[in-house]
Design a protein around this ligand. Structure first.
Ligand code: C2O
Ligand code: CU
Length: 489
């Protein structure tokens, strides 16, 4: 009787939510993995300048009769990998050749709010945006993507996304595979759904937590394989999907976690799998044997008490990427790095927290409010250390992201976080009804009139209002808090 009633609950919930239940397709792994090019840049007077053009194009995906309309930066689909070193000033010229507003947000970057590329920095068609800032944070695998008001899901889904790698002296001194595209691989993992005309399709049926595509792609390659020539390879995993959460694993070996989204962790840790929600990144190092073929997969995700598997994209086990190891593999060292790497993150101490704020996520709202571009939700003071207590009170997945800062998870309920959540992060999956205490410090860049965002990174949720705005001010600027009248440039 008990089992029967559980099944009934699940079935009726599926019906009520209009769930799309299509399983991930099985494909042949026959396409060589595309490695995004490193974006060219010029270095003059200490300023590293990049040019990016957002444009429409088309892409032929395997097994499709018709080319798919896609968007990219300097490309038909996705964008080049940006790379800069701590201490460098970066500058961008970003052209929007699309016929609608877009923006470019630097996810995970510590930078002035007016350079952040959120909904207050939209670029109109035919216009150029020129943000610039000095990179001042530890080496990490960040990414960039549009953030236009109400249309982030669509822009990312069409293909506007790329990685932004930061280097520093500590990462250079670390014993980590670092030959880009050879033993150090950017992996942008996404899913897509195609319609009958082979075009990308976002479901409009209200499914939770958004569109779960039946086709998995890595760097835009469906059914990808990668040649392996070294005995260890570093994978910079980015969940660039709009809604799907993954639990990455190998069938027969552990992988070594070396970095979370905000940079290197205290010490390498071996894991069987790592769960990444939309927006999250992790760097892992994986060992290979000569001559073998093995696939990175995503296993059914434990979403922490969410009873409807299909809501999370966690109902499937599927292969993501095939590795084909050569008969002879060049040796690489065991991952390790100097202790000095952690100066930054050790410097933010819980005892210094001067404020605790609560954020409750439910039904497209945070703390009972939908995103309003003309409302400032939180005001924080530059230099302050704060604790943000974040909680989802809904049994559907959410992924909480804060702009400008990297945080550290102090506790989840009253427990210490697992190792994969213990490093610097800017995005975190929220298991329902658990209290995540996040510690962060707001350094630099006071601007009472330009907000940063915090939001759910499940992009349909974000677009539909699960987002808020905070400003960082100098003490004394309380009366100057306001919002830009004109939202577009
Ligand atoms: Cu990756 Cu506010 O976004
Ligand atoms: Cu959400």
């Amino acid at each position: 009787l008990a089992a029967g009633s559980v099944a009934l609950v699940v079935a009726s919930s599926l019906a009520a939510c209009g769930m799309s239940t299509s399983a991930v397709r099985t494909v042949a792994f026959e396409q060589e993995l595309r490695i995004p090019e490193l974006a060219p840049s010029t270095l003059e007077n200490g300023v590293r300048t990049f040019e990016l053009t957002a444009r429409a194009g088309e892409t032929a995906f395997p097994g499709r009769d018709t080319a798919t309309g896609t968007w990219g930066f300097d490309d038909d689909f996705l964008g080049p990998t940006l790379r800069a070193k701590r201490g460098e000033t970066v500058a961008f010229e970003i052209d929007n050749t699309l016929d609608e507003n877009t923006s470019v947000h630097w996810h995970g970057m510590h930078l002035p709010a007016e350079m952040d590329g959120g909904p207050h920095q939209e670029i109109e068609p035919g216009q150029t945006w020129r943000p610039t800032w000095t990179v001042d944070q530890p080496a990490a695998s960040l990414w960039y993507h549009p953030h236009p008001h109400g249309a982030t899901e669509e822009h990312v889904y069409r293909g506007l996304a790329g990685m932004f790698l930061l280097d520093d002296d500590a990462s250079a001194a670390a014993d980590l595979p670092a030959d880009y595209g050879v033993d150090d691989l950017p992996l942008i993992v996404q899913d897509r759904q195609f319609d009958d005309d082979d075009q990308f399709e976002l479901s409009a049926d209200g499914s939770e937590p958004g569109t779960l595509g039946d086709t998995i792609m890595v760097n835009g390659t469906v059914g990808a394989y990668q040649q392996v020539t070294t005995d260890r390879v570093r994978l910079r995993l980015l969940n660039g999907s709009t809604a799907r959460t993954y639990a990455f694993a190998f069938p027969d070996r552990e992988m070594t976690l070396v970095a979370t989204g905000g940079g290197l962790i205290d010490a390498p840790v071996d894991l069987e799998r790592i769960r990444l929600a939309p927006g999250e990144r992790a760097e892992i190092v994986v060992p290979f044997e000569p001559g073998e073929t093995v696939r990175l997969r995503s296993e059914s995700v434990d979403l922490g008490g969410i009873l409807i598997p299909a809501t999370a994209g966690g109902n499937d086990d599927f292969d993501v990427l095939e590795f084909r190891a050569a008969d002879e593999l060049a040796p690489t060292p065991d991952p390790s790095w100097p202790r000095s790497v952690h100066a930054d993150h050790d410097a933010v101490a819980e005892a210094d927290a001067v404020n605790t704020r609560e954020f409750v996520l439910n039904t497209r709202q945070i703390n009972g409010e939908r995103m309003d571009m003309s409302r400032t939700d939180e005001v924080v003071r530059v230099g302050d250390t704060e604790i943000w207590e974040v909680r989802s009170t809904q049994a559907i997945p959410h992924s909480f992201h804060i702009h400008d800062v990297q945080f550290r998870v102090l506790t989840i309920d009253e427990e210490d976080p697992p190792p994969e959540l213990a490093g610097r992060k800017d995005t975190i999956y929220l298991e329902p009804n658990r209290r995540y205490r996040l510690l962060m410090r707001f350094e630099d860049y006071a601007d009472p009139e330009m907000p940063y965002m915090y939001h759910c990174h499940m992009l349909l949720h974000e677009d539909e209002g699960m987002m808020g705005q905070f400003v960082v001010i100098e003490p004394g600027q309380e009366d100057a808090v306001g919002l830009p009248e004109d939202h577009a440039h």
